[in-house]
Structure formats: C-alpha cells, structure tokens
Design a protein around this ligand. Structure first.
Ligand code: C2O
Ligand code: CU
Length: 436
C-alpha cells in the first residue's frame, strides 16, 4: 500500500457506542446508519450498524454469564449475527444455512448462550458477510474475568479499512471478482477506532484490546507511546506474556496488550509502510499519573480448555487452492477451494467424535495469505519445532506455507471452517465440520 492511498487522520474516530451490561435481554437492531468515517469536516458515509452506530454497541458481560440478545433485522436484506470466538451453543452460532435460517428483513431472532471464556471477542453479520461487514455490521463483545487485571483504562481498538469515494460513499462492487481472486476487498482509508475515546495519563496502566474487523486486510500494527506486553491472542490468555513487537492481525484476529503509558503526547497505532508509517489512530495523553507504582505485568488467568490427547489424535490435511493465475481458476469457474471443493458440500470436511483430538495440516497452495477460522472452538498453532503455540480461533497462513493446528473437537454441532478474508469466503473458501 502506498501512503498516498490513505488520508491521514490525527485522532481516533469519535464514535462512542454505549456500554451494555448484558444481564437482562438486550436488543441489537441492525439498521442503516450514517457515520463519520472520514475525518471531521468531510462528508459522512451511509453504512449499516447496530443500535444506530457502527461499530455497534460494546456488549460486555462477565465470564460464566448468559448473554440474552434479541436481534432485530431492520435492514433491507436477510441477516444473522455470529459471535466470533465464543465457544457457544451451535444453534446460537449465527450461520444461515448451517445453524439457523436467515433472519428476514423485519424479523427477529433471540440469541441466548453462555460465555465460557473471558477475553476479547466480537460479533458480526454472517450473512453475505463480505458486504454486510464491509458496510459496518459488527461490534465488540467483551467478557470480563472474575477479577479483571488492575488497569486504569480498558480500551477497545477496532481496526478497519473502507473503500470510499471522494463524496464519502462506500464504493460498490462487494462481489468484485478481481478482488476476490486476489487479496479481497482492500480499503483506501484505514483507521483504528478507540472505544471509549477518552484521554489517558502518562503513567497509567492500560489494557488495549485490538480487533481487526476489516473484511480482507491483514494489519501489521506498531504501538508507540507505551511499554508493555502481549497478554492474549484471539481472546485466549497466553501462558506467559510476550514482548510487544511484531504485531500482525489477520482479519478477525485479536490481540490484548497490557502496557504502561510512557509518552506525554499520545499513544499511537501505526501501520508500517515503506516510507513514514501511516497513523491509524491515537489515544490522547494528558496529565500524569504519579500514584501507580511500577510493577510487572502478570499473565491473565487461563480459560478452561480441554487438553489435547496426542496419543489418539487423528491427522487431517486441508489444502487451500485457487486464486488469480492458479490452474484451478483457469480450468474451473470457481475461485477458491479447500481440498478441491469450492463452497459447502453436503458432507462435512470431517465428522469428529465428541472430545476427539485432531491435528490438521493447513497447506496454503496459493499465492495469497489466508486467515483460517474455525467456529465454536479454539485450537493450538503448532510451532515449527513441534511445540504448541498460542490457542487461537483464526490462524494466518502465508502463501506457499503450511501450518499444523491441534484442536480438541469437544463442542457438539455443525461448525463452519473458512477463510476470514471474507471475499475469499464468498468465492468458495469454506467448509464445515461436524462434532457428534
Ligand atoms: Cu468471524 Cu465465520 O466468522
Ligand atoms: Cu483466504
């Protein structure tokens, strides 16, 4: 990307959706909205949102709570809501055609599910998601630990890009084949939206919950003005905190950071480019916190996950195929496939016994990167040395590379497994698994 493609923004988006403690039923209304995506003084953008804003309201609950949500569809086409990363009940997973019927315009659907894991999650439309998510149908879903870590501010940082015309309108062509056969729909304007958008003090300890809500763009992100650690990936705490460097977020991935503010001016989120980095957003810093004593950043308490049983594990391979200039695309009319199959087949990729451990080799036999997401479960990324790495729900596999993941399939139901570059998903890169 070249720097001129992006307008420079000096402050984070001034969007301030309300916080909802979700103990009693909450209405989540999908509807058309107008949003100030471009910097103040520029035209607004017609989009879709929840409860009159995009991003939608922050849904916030405590680990172990039940979330009770009445979804009302007030947009002009069918929709459904998926709770990304939540190891929820299959019937509540929000996937039309697999776990529920599409919610027609004017209709509603009640979602009710438990929250087994504390962490940073998000929700988004899962019907024609490549367009509905691009139009703004998403929001953060935060599950608090029984005892949250001691921080002065808990901030959500949603990173997105939009393809905008000069008059501020979203550019059409959400199913553009050229985009789908390459990296997907990339925007010409990107921004980190900080919720809530409040200033912090130098010396404050902050928790930053980064979420890549873009449909297709991979975001490398630099965070400046803080000194801290990475404490969780995709909602799951790391057993040991990691150095805050080399952040790369594929679409749908999350990174939790706990850090101390060291700058007197601002905490900035940077998108590295070949020249000067592009500023995605900034948290203003004003004043000094002199009360907080220096202390280490502890690891977060782990969520309860099943331990893989490698002795009885089965081995499977999922090969990504297709894309621009691939033999597949030349010969067939579809664009992307897993193991030769483009789009959902009648039979699942695999039927697992409940509790079965599987090692799946994800082979990227294409010229593009793919962020592979499994619904209803988290899995271990296996490091090249065979050690288990982070527990994730979405893993980025670079072109020509392969990655092993290990998953305990312990959540019964039919679960989607797809590329979260939503343009790739639209063009066939999806399958499903069944857990008996
Ligand atoms: Cu974030 Cu199938 O979705
Ligand atoms: Cu992909």
């Amino acid at each position: 990307m070249n720097r001129r493609e992006f307008l420079i923004t000096t402050c984070a988006a001034a969007l301030a959706p309300q916080i909802t403690r979700a103990s009693s039923p909450v209405d989540l209304i999908a509807q058309p909205v107008r949003a100030q995506i471009l910097p103040e003084g520029n035209p607004m953008t017609s989009m879709l949102g929840f409860n009159a804003s995009t991003p939608g309201p922050t849904l916030r609950a405590r680990q172990g709570d039940i979330l009770d949500i009445r979804f009302l569809n007030q947009i002009a086409e069918g929709s459904a809501v998926h709770w990304h990363g939540i190891r929820s009940d299959n019937a509540m997973d929000g996937v039309p055609g697999l776990t529920q019927d599409v919610v027609q315009p004017g209709a509603q659907f009640s979602y009710r599910f438990g929250l087994p894991d504390a962490g940073t999650f998000w929700y988004h439309s899962h019907n024609r998601s490549w367009e509905q998510v691009a139009r703004g149908l998403y929001g953060p879903l935060i599950v608090d630990e029984a005892t949250p870590p001691d921080v002065d501010h808990d901030l959500i940082v949603l990173i997105d890009d939009w393809r905008l015309a000069e008059d501020g309108a979203l550019v059409d062509g959400f199913e553009n084949m050229h985009d789908q056969a390459h990296q997907g729909r990339l925007g010409n304007f990107a921004q980190a939206m900080v919720v809530p958008n409040t200033p912090v003090k130098r010396g404050d300890r902050v928790r930053l919950r980064l979420i890549n809500v873009a449909t297709d763009r991979i975001f490398p992100v630099g965070v400046e003005g803080v000194s801290g650690k990475i404490v969780a990936l995709d909602g799951m705490p790391l057993p040991a905190t990691q150095k805050l460097q080399g952040l790369v977020l594929a679409p749908a991935q999350r990174v939790d950071i706990i850090a101390d503010v060291t700058s007197a001016e601002g905490v900035t989120f940077l998108f590295p480019t070949r020249e000067t980095p592009y500023v995605l957003g900034e948290i203003p810093v004003s004043g000094e916190n002199t009360q907080r004593a220096l202390s280490d950043i502890p690891a977060l308490p782990p969520n309860k996950t099943a331990r893989p049983e490698m002795e009885n594990a089965i081995s499977l391979t999922l090969t990504m195929e297709g894309g621009a200039m691939s033999p597949r695309m030349m010969a067939l009319s579809d664009i992307w496939a897993f193991n030769g199959q483009s789009g959902l087949s009648q039979t699942p990729f695999h039927r697992f016994e409940r509790g079965q451990t599987a090692k799946i080799r994800l082979v990227n036999d294409t010229r593009f990167a793919h962020g592979i997401h499994l619904h209803g479960h988290h899995f271990f990324e296996v490091e090249p040395d065979g050690e288990f790495g982070a527990l994730r729900d979405t893993t980025l596999v670079d072109p020509g590379q392969a990655r092993d993941i290990v998953c305990v399939f312990d959540n019964p139901g039919s679960w989607l497994l797809h590329c979260h570059m939503l343009g790739h998903q639209a063009a066939g890169m999806k399958t499903w698994v069944e857990v008996a």
